[in-house]
Design a protein around this ligand. Structure first.
Ligand code: PMP
Length: 356
């Protein structure tokens, strides 16, 4: 039989690169900003018991009311202000489906989380890219220029910003919120590690949504669960475009049970914040430029050796960090996730050897 011609994807998709985050089997994995420790054993037992009660032959609660009610209580908002999905990436995708798309634009300020622009493009929107200042803070002149030229339906901030670790100040968020012609999305995937949250600025009349995830602080990256808090009129639109029954019953149960363990989560966060301080201080004692972080990772640039070479040398010593050295604006930079004290010691020893 002769080979049949294969249909290509959409022309814009054909030209796109996928999102790459290489995983390598190593002893010390500090490349994806996960929690270095699992949730408490009591959580695992409670989830197992709750999953055993799931009526497997029935579709899950489509509105995920139980889980959303608990998240609403955690943040002191109404259940109608909570949207849940499969990881905060699906929350971002749903925002883009509802508010972005063909004929609309989405603003991002680089360097920032690559998926904001990637998801916007996949859903057909035009991406308006602004540049951050030299020190990676937001340049308000640039923000005004991008917003005036592109009139974006969605404007993204990421606080703490991935990969720089920088937390936007309340003044910056207020100023941008006053300027956006559409919705301001503050991605707080690392929000619990930071000293303040844009959740304080939420209200039915503010065009602001804040996204969060169970992947980092909650030690639940495997479950793929994230959420958004925002005005009820935004949540109502998101519910229209997301697939019916998108959130399976096991995940709803796992998220609900997790919220019985807030104190354990806060303890883990406090420990990681302390450990982050130790890591930053140790990096500053090495020939490295280090950016102050409000997240569970630290961006640094070795100053005596090429960043890509250092990444490879660390890998040879069984330590995997994120290689940002070829990303725009981040020449020679690496990003290390805060791990357990032992993992961080292994990383620091390998780095000291590499830079000696
Ligand atoms: N936002 C930011 C800034 C992130 O760094 C990540 C994870 N890399 C996400 C969102 C996505 O998280 P998840 O889909 O696991 O909730």
């Amino acid at each position: 039989m002769t080979a049949r011609a294969r249909i290509g994807p959409r022309a814009d998709v054909a030209l796109m690169d996928g999102y790459h985050s290489p995983q390598v089997d190593v002893a010390v994995r500090l490349n994806t900003n996960e929690s270095p420790v699992p949730p408490p054993p009591a959580f695992l037992d409670a989830v197992a018991a709750a999953v055993a009660e799931v009526p497997w032959h029935r579709y899950p609660d489509r509105a995920a009311l139980g889980l959303r009610t608990r998240i609403a209580a955690l943040h002191g908002v109404e259940v109608e202000q909570v949207f849940v999905a499969n990881g905060s990436n699906e929350v971002l995708q749903t925002l883009s489906l509802a508010y972005g798309g063909a004929g609309r634009s989405v603003a991002v300020f680089e360097p920032t989380y690559a998926l904001h622009a990637h998801i916007a493009r996949i859903t057909g929107a035009t991406v308006a890219e602004g540049e951050r200042a030299e020190d990676f803070s937001l340049d308000m002149g640039e923000v005004r220029r991008v917003l005036a030229e592109a009139e974006p339906a969605l404007t993204y901030l990421c606080s703490p910003n991935n990969p720089t670790g920088m937390v936007e100040t309340p003044e910056t968020v207020d100023e941008v919120l006053g300027l956006v012609p559409g919705l301001l999305v503050v991605d707080e995937a690392y929000g619990q590690f930071a000293p303040w949250s844009a959740l304080e600025r939420l209200g039915e009349d503010a065009p602001l949504v804040v996204t969060r995830t169970f992947s980092k602080t909650w030690s639940m990256a495997a479950a793929r669960l994230g959420y958004l808090i925002g005005p009820s009129w935004v949540v109502a639109e998101l519910e229209k475009v997301v697939l019916p029954y998108h959130l399976d019953a096991m995940k709803q149960v796992a998220g609900t049970v997790a919220l019985d363990f807030v104190a354990d989560m806060e303890e883990r966060v406090a420990h990681l914040v302390e450990e982050r301080g130790r890591l930053e201080a140790a990096l500053r004692d090495l020939p490295c430029e280090v950016w102050p972080s409000g997240a569970n990772f630290v961006l640094f640039r070795p100053t005596t050796r090429d960043g890509g070479e250092v990444w490879r040398a660390l890998l040879d010593r069984d330590v995997l960090v994120r290689d940002c050295s070829s990303w725009p604006r981040l020449d020679g930079c690496l990003r290390v996730t805060v791990g357990t004290s032992d993992e961080d010691d292994s990383f620091l020893a390998a780095l000291r050897e590499t830079l000696a």
